[in-house]
Design a protein around this ligand. Structure first.
Ligand code: MF3
Ligand code: CO
Ligand code: CO
Length: 255
């Protein structure tokens, strides 16, 4: 395992990439409404990233992924492929944006509610968001990755939700997915010791039902085996001397 500690110059580029990824999520919000197709959302994001940001949508052609963003609806866990299917009242959707700017990646996702989702749907959206932030609050030098995974798992399971094991957060930088793997479950006091200059994502996938998932025949879309709802939120973080900087923070999250 090789965990890259970023230099000051690299950190500045990671800040730019992170900000651009966050701005795509801010830009797309007003378009995420009943009747819009996920292909339309993909096209809007693609054009914005390429033409306005002069950046690269990292998913496009990544290991053969056919679109510029991932859109995972309801029981889809992650890596949903945009299609002509339209969003409808009551849906929950994760939109996952990764941009490359000046050779560096910024990766972030959030949940959107379409109209008025069920109480259960709203609940898994809220619990998964709380899980992300429980992880972020622990991200500082001296913390181990197992501490973060444990905090996320404990919160999810205390609320009758489950943590997907097959996919995890990841180091990020020049590469989309670098070491370390950031598991969303684990034991306190175990795993990699965090140090200033590390950049990685936390991106818990939390199911309202059982944790098991399956991969669809399209080779990408991951769904819950029991068809229960799933929700995910993601940020890219930088470990600083005394805590962390959320490189993909949106305006709505700033206090
Ligand atoms: N953005 C996802 C992540 O958080 C990865 C998507 S890979 C793709 O790691 F090929 F599906 F885009
Ligand atoms: Co990621
Ligand atoms: Co992502």
């Amino acid at each position: 395992m090789t965990v890259h500690i970023k230099t000051a110059e690299e950190i500045e580029k990671m800040r730019v990439a992170g900000r651009l990824a966050a701005e795509v999520l801010e830009m797309i919000a007003e378009h995420v409404r009943p009747g819009v197709s996920t292909n339309e959302l993909d096209a809007i994001c693609h054009d914005y990233i390429v033409n306005i940001q002069q950046a690269i949508p990292a998913p496009l052609n990544y290991r053969g992924f056919p679109k510029s963003i991932c859109t995972s609806v309801n029981h889809q866990v992650c890596h949903g492929i945009p299609s002509d299917k339209k969003l409808k009242n009551g849906d929950i959707i994760n939109i996952d944006i990764t941009v490359i700017k000046d050779g560096y990646h910024g990766d972030t996702s959030k949940m959107f509610c379409i109209g008025q989702p069920s109480v259960l749907a709203q609940r898994v959206v809220r619990i998964s968001h709380e899980c992300l932030w429980k992880g972020i609050e622990l991200a500082r030098p001296g913390t181990r990755l197992g501490d973060i995974g444990h905090a996320i798992q404990t919160h999810a399971e205390a609320n009758n939700c489950s943590v997907v094991r097959e996919y995890c957060g990841h180091g990020i930088g020049r590469q989309f997915h670098e070491d370390p793997q950031v598991l969303h479950y684990g034991k306190p006091g175990t795993g990699l010791l965090l140090e200033p200059g590390m950049t990685f994502t936390i991106e818990p996938m939390i199911n309202a039902g059982r944790r098991q998932v399956k991969l669809l025949k399209d080779g990408w879309t991951v769904v819950t085996k029991d068809h229960s709802l799933s929700a995910q939120w993601e940020h890219t973080l930088l470990i600083t001397d005394d805590g962390c900087e959320v490189l993909t923070l949106r305006s709505e999250e700033r206090v």
